[in-house]
Design a protein around this ligand. Structure first.
Ligand SMILES: *Cc1c(COP(=O)(O)O)cnc(C)c1O
Length: 388
């Protein structure tokens, strides 16, 4: 019997090694892994560049604490700032810490300009910002918060797509709107570019901050470094995690100069956040993603994948309701419960993972090949055909 608490409903399978897009189970099977640790292993399993970077750093220095200057972190922060809207970065170890830090940065900004009562965050109902106490109450999900009272105050909610409700929910006390650019756990629901621009306009007009949670959709997964980039919108605060560590626990909150002014010495901290080991991996991930043509390739191959999935949808209109997503953040929405479908894909050696609204999430590594995509298409087709 497992000594692990029962807070997960795990599949009865374990893996002994991974390589690129594939996982090898302890009982001798090879799987095409289109989960990749839930959009974490952006460069696939056992990526030789990452192995080299972490080994090199591991022999030199693991941890020193933020009481001292960490050159690897200075470098990673500079690179993130150079490539994005941001002026400053705080490193964390996970997505939920990054969203918590984002909330703290927003509140602290208004406090620092003499508006301490402007501290409420407006979020989408049933969104996902992580599992710490503030993050679950930010999600506005009954399921995630049940039994964890007292309620963490300071969050208001509107329904995805309900613009009237959104505008009505902004009060004098609203400090920021925080949304996932693409809702991951919520079922790969994309906020269209025109909506992002509208959000920015509303925030400007009301003099509040825009927080775009890119923990799942960021770091190249959408085909751009950030999913909001093609909308040309500049957010104020962006939490990131998952893909930036390529499998090593790493999160961060990116922010512009204006809001960073509130985060003076002593306002936030993390023992592990930004340690040399994590920073060296983060830098190695960026080395790859910033390579010329890397994101273009993600755009091309994900475009091909999307096209083929839509062909499957047309061929099986009673099985697949919708193909959702951007880049390699893909959702196949079924008409019926998706659990059996996911199991059948797994029986055919393709790993995928669920999301809300009967959606199957398909998350290849950004390094996936066309041949591997074709293999996945073949398996998905076969499983669709079994429903006839
Ligand atoms: C996964 C996720 C988080 C939480 O990240 P953890 O590393 O699990 O804490 C937060 N926001 C979004 C959008 C996510 O997908």
């Amino acid at each position: 019997m497992s000594a692990l608490a029962k807070n997960y409903n795990r599949k009865n399978i374990a893996f002994k090694k991974g390589k690129g897009s594939f996982l090898y189970s302890t009982n001798g099977n090879k799987y095409l892994d289109f989960v990749q640790g839930i959009a974490v292993n952006s460069l696939g399993h056992a990526n030789p560049f990452l192995i080299k970077a972490i080994n090199k750093q591991a022999k030199k220095l693991w941890h020193v604490s933020n009481a001292f200057i960490i050159p690897e972190g200075e470098k990673l922060a500079k690179r993130l700032v150079k490539k994005t809207f941001a002026d400053f970065v705080i490193f964390q170890n996970s997505g939920t810490e990054a969203t918590e830090a984002a909330i703290k940065v927003a509140r602290r900004f208004f406090y620092s300009i003499g508006k301490p009562k402007k501290n409420r965050i407006l979020c989408i109902k049933n969104s996902f910002h992580g599992r710490t106490l503030a993050a679950i109450y930010a999600s506005g999900s009954k399921k995630m918060t049940e039994g964890f009272g007292p309620k963490v105050d300071g969050f208001d909610h509107f329904e995805f797509g309900n613009h009237k409700e959104l505008k009505k929910s902004i009060t004098k006390r609203t400090a920021a709107i925080m949304v996932e650019t693409i809702m991951g756990e919520g079922g790969i629901k994309v906020i269209p570019d025109w909506c992002l621009r509208e959000l920015r306009k509303i925030c400007n007009k009301k003099k509040i901050l825009l927080i775009l949670d890119e923990v799942q959709c960021g770091i190249g997964r959408s085909g751009n470094f950030f999913a909001f980039e093609k909308s040309k919108v500049k957010p104020d605060i962006v939490p990131i995690a998952k893909g930036i560590g390529g499998g090593f626990p790493l999160g961060a909150v990116l922010m512009n100069k204006k809001v960073a002014s509130g985060m003076i010495a002593g306002t936030h901290g993390s023992t592990f956040g930004g340690n040399p080991l994590a920073m060296s991996v983060g830098n190695a991930v960026l080395d790859q993603i910033f390579k010329k043509g890397f994101l273009k390739n993600v755009q091309n191959l994900s475009g091909y994948f999307n096209y083929e999935l839509n062909k499957i949808k047309k061929k099986f209109p009673k099985v697949i309701k919708e193909v959702r997503g951007v880049g390699f953040l893909i959702g196949l929405q079924l008409f019926n419960d998706q659990k059996k479908f996911i199991q059948k894909l797994m029986d055919n050696k393709l790993l995928t993972i669920r999301a809300a609204e009967n959606v199957i999430r398909i998350l290849p590594p950004l390094t996936v090949t066309k041949k591997e995509i074709n293999l996945a298409i073949k398996i998905i087709k076969k499983v669709c055909a079994s429903y006839k």
